[in-house]
Design a protein around this ligand. Structure first.
Ligand code: FES
Length: 168
């Protein structure tokens, strides 16, 4: 299997990396979840080509592994953008303008939820409460949490993120 460079802050991956992750966790009860979480975290997504090796190592069918991956929204099956933007869609944020904010962000990025911008810079994901309800509506850009985000405030954040990247 060829190594695959992520370019998104996640690691490239190859079969040996997957084997190492599985070997380190295979003895845990219910090893599939920790293995998938570790792969998702280290690589940035769960490469479809890694599923057969995971299934074989844990003595599961590919369908069982696919079933778990598709059930949990936190598991990605495609490489994410270099930055992930998460927009809270839970009740408190909805009540404070998150629907309009989400529409604005989607049109700014030119993508819907679950999609990555054509330049590979941003992936837009929904999230259901960021624990920041007192400052709704809330979003996360990369590792940074923002509250009371209006469309105008989002544009400022977006400009800051994109200009700091282009000045590197
Ligand atoms: S509902 Fe959005 S942060 Fe809690």
């Amino acid at each position: 299997m060829d190594a695959s460079k992520s370019g998104n802050g996640g690691a490239g991956w190859d079969a040996r990396m997957i084997d190492e992750i599985v070997a380190g966790l295979a003895d845990k009860p219910g090893a599939l979840m920790p293995v998938l979480q570790a792969v998702n975290e280290r690589v940035g997504f769960i490469p479809p080509d890694a599923v057969p090796a995971i299934a074989r190592a844990l003595n599961l069918s590919r369908a069982e592994v696919h079933g778990v991956i598709s059930f949990y929204r936190d598991f990605r099956t495609e490489r994410p953008g270099r930055k992930i933007i998460r927009v809270c869609r839970a009740e408190s944020c909805q009540a404070m303008g998150a629907v309009a904010l989400a529409g604005h962000i989607q049109s700014r990025l030119g993508v819907g939820f679950g999609q990555t911008s054509a330049d590979g810079d941003f992936t837009l994901e929904p999230v259901y409460c960021l624990g920041n309800c007192a400052c709704s509506p809330a979003i996360v850009v990369g590792d940074d949490l923002y509250g009371r985000v209006t469309p105008k405030r989002f544009d400022e954040i977006f400009f800051s993120v994109t200009s700091s990247r282009s000045s590197r």
